[in-house]
Design a protein around this ligand. Structure first.
Ligand SMILES: [Zn+2]
Length: 373
């Protein structure tokens, strides 16, 4: 299903003349995966073109796609993202809840298991063999689609194999690469793709869509007020908001997203304190959550401080406009900009497991120092 705010981008794609590599990029949690899957399905659909570019959902190819059995659809997706894929689309997902990964439960100094990190990456061997398999013809004689999602989870070795494949594209093969971190995509890969920027919705349409989705899921209970708060915390990303509500409903304390969002709330409460922030405590209580989520929250908060200080505009946390306005008056703008740079740099290495806590402490300490001299 294409999110309504992505319809213009969808309409811009001509399936009959699709480039052999597309790079879909945009903020996390706005519907890129759904967009990519619908596109993949439309490309393998065998019904005669119906004018609206959409998959017919009735032909044999569409049905195979839905059950994850289409032989010309290859999905390179790490374990952490497999829940977005059609049923059993992937090897190892055939009802076995614990795929036979032999990774040992090693722990690094941060206490995160190595296995957990491995799950965030696409296995190199899996990627290589899938890409090498493209040398043989397609099974159905139509298009073959290779989805890589998210692209940043492809590690260097596998990325090189992908690059070779993009340089000499196998016939009838279309690569759909998806990323929320365009800045981390290798320029050599980027230059061989047609880039399609997928935007987030404006606030009103994002909230309307969410209310509609929530109405269809009676198990999700949330007040309008709470919904807006979470939506803003998620940087206006509706899919991310919905994911959070589901995790919250399940009271799934082990869900990584849930843990991260609880932690970023704690982080925000710390940031509210301005110069009085107890940064050691905040780092202590949050450092085990996803560094990427924490950094994104911090970046949004700093953007609002800057916006408030320079243009009296608050974009991400309008509910806290009052607090932000007060803090913005105490901020030394050049220090704020330096911290902003620091956070941006940290985001480039956010999946690097080392020293999360030390980095977090350092950034929070710098935050305390942006207030006053
Ligand atoms: Zn079809």
């Amino acid at each position: 299903m294409i999110a309504p705010w992505l319809q213009p981008q969808w309409d811009g794609i001509n399936l009959a003349a699709c480039p052999n590599a597309l790079l879909l990029h945009g903020q996390a949690g706005i519907g890129k995966a759904d967009f990519a899957l619908t596109l993949a399905k439309a490309l393998v659909c065998e019904a005669s073109p119906n004018g609206n570019n959409k998959p017919c959902n009735c032909c044999e190819a569409c049905r195979w796609f839905d059950t994850g059995n289409h032989p010309d659809f290859v999905a390179l997706v790490p374990e952490t993202h497999r829940r977005f894929m059609p049923n059993e689309a992937l090897e190892g997902a055939d009802g076995d809840p614990s795929p036979s990964k032999k990774t040992k439960q090693l722990r690094d100094e941060e206490g995160d298991s190595v296995e957990k990190k491995e799950k965030k990456n696409i296995a190199i061997e899996e990627a290589r063999s899938a890409i090498e398999g493209l040398m043989i013809g397609t099974h159905r004689g139509g298009n073959r689609v290779v989805l890589v999602y998210p692209l940043e989870s492809l590690r260097a070795g596998a990325a090189n194999t992908l690059l070779k494949s993009l340089e000499e594209p196998p016939s009838s093969t279309i690569f759909i690469l998806v990323t929320s971190r365009l800045d981390r995509v290798l320029p050599t890969i980027r230059s061989r793709c047609r880039l399609i920027a997928l935007p987030p919705p404006d606030r009103a349409s994002g909230l309307t869509w969410l209310r509609h989705e929530i109405a269809a899921r009676p198990e999700l209970t949330v007040s309008n007020d709470e919904l807006e708060t979470i939506f803003y915390e998620q940087g206006g990303a509706p899919y991310a908001t919905l994911d959070f509500l589901s995790a919250k409903q399940d009271q799934n304390e082990k869900d990584e997203l849930f843990v991260s969002i609880q932690a970023s709330r704690y982080l925000l409460q710390g940031l509210f304190q301005g110069v009085r922030i107890d940064w050691l405590d905040v780092a202590e209580k949050t450092h085990k959550a996803s560094f990427a989520v924490l950094l994104a929250s911090m970046q949004r908060w700093l953007a609002d401080l800057q916006g408030s200080a320079q243009a009296n505009a608050v974009r991400f946390y309008p509910k806290h406009a009052g607090t932000i306005g007060v803090l913005a008056k105490q901020v030394r703008i050049e220090k704020l900009l330096r911290l902003w740079k620091g956070v941006t740099q940290a985001r480039r290495h956010e999946n690097h497991p080392l020293a999360t806590r030390i980095q977090l402490e350092s950034l929070l300490m710098q935050y305390q120092q942006i207030f006053g001299d």
